[in-house]
Design a protein around this ligand. Structure first.
Ligand code: CO
Length: 211
């Protein structure tokens, strides 16, 4: 296990260095966490939010899975959202997809009954909703566009969830953003998806989900 050994060795050096520079650092962060962002991203090893966002420890409450899905029937996703909103009062939620996502490509190319295939049905639902637009695009563009539409769909799932809607109703600050990370140039791209209230979200998606 050379990689794990390397990690353990690095950790020793890192911990000593942090304690040298700031002797109370670990004592302080051990007391409580107060993250500014709930990050919902892909499990892909190239899209680690701490690295690409340059944020210090304690800034991000993280949930990652294949193809950055927020599934409304997934207890894991729901528990993360509930804890982040109701307990930690995290004011920002970011759903971040990425171009070159293996999950998105797999959803486009095949289907099956293995666990990954079943999980990616969530992405196939998004594809089916936008099939007319997506079918017109060349292969690579189609995957990119589906990544963006998937982010939008997951943001939508979050905004229509009672956990977020109840928070908005009681006046709690919650902003939900959709972003895409481009592995080719290392840049985070905004998708024009940003909701700070029930009204903003409903203005975009109609009255179908109004109270
Ligand atoms: Co991915």
């Amino acid at each position: 296990m050379p990689s794990v050994k390397k990690m353990l060795a690095y950790n020793q050096t890192w911990s000593s260095k942090v304690k040298q520079e700031s002797p109370d650092f670990f004592k302080t962060i051990a007391q409580a966490q107060s993250p500014e962002i709930l990050w919902i991203g892909c499990s892909d090893s190239r899209v680690g939010p701490d690295q690409l966002g340059g944020l210090p420890m304690g800034s991000l409450f993280v949930h990652r899975n294949i193809a950055n899905i927020f599934a409304t029937n997934d207890l894991n996703s729901l528990a993360v959202l509930e804890y982040a909103i109701d307990e930690l009062k995290v004011p920002n939620i970011v759903v971040c997809g990425h171009y070159g996502c293996g999950g998105i490509h797999a959803a486009l190319e095949h289907s099956g009954v293995q666990p990954v295939d079943l999980w990616l049905d969530q992405v196939r639902f998004v594809y089916n909703r936008h099939a007319k637009e997506l079918k017109k695009l060349p292969r690579e563009q189609r995957a990119k566009r589906l990544s963006e539409l998937n982010v939008e769909a997951q943001v939508h799932n979050i905004c229509r969830n009672t956990i977020v809607r109840e928070a908005w109703k009681r006046g709690q600050e919650v902003s939900v953003f959709g972003l895409i990370f481009d592995i080719q140039d290392g840049l985070l791209k905004q998708l024009g998806i940003e909701f700070r209230s029930s009204e903003q979200w409903q203005a975009r998606y109609g009255e179908a989900f109004s109270d």
